[in-house]
Design a protein. Structure first.
Length: 63
């Protein structure tokens, strides 16, 4: 996920560096914090979803 914390940890400085690093992923970019949050909100809002793991990785687990 592309967040200020992950940019500092991985050492990516600037939007160009993040875009270049994310280009090797299946979707061609890193996910955003908003995308991860929306998946969490979906699970909290839907009481009928139980006992499942929702993987938010932009297809990385398929590679």
């Amino acid at each position: 996920m592309d967040t200020p914390l992950s940019r500092g940890t991985v050492g990516l400085d600037g939007a160009e560096a993040v875009a270049a690093a994310g280009s090797g992923t299946p979707l061609g970019r890193f996910g955003t914090a908003q995308e991860a949050a929306s998946a969490s909100l979906f699970l909290m809002a839907n009481n009928f979803v139980t006992g499942t793991v929702l993987t938010v990785d932009g297809g990385q687990s398929l590679v």
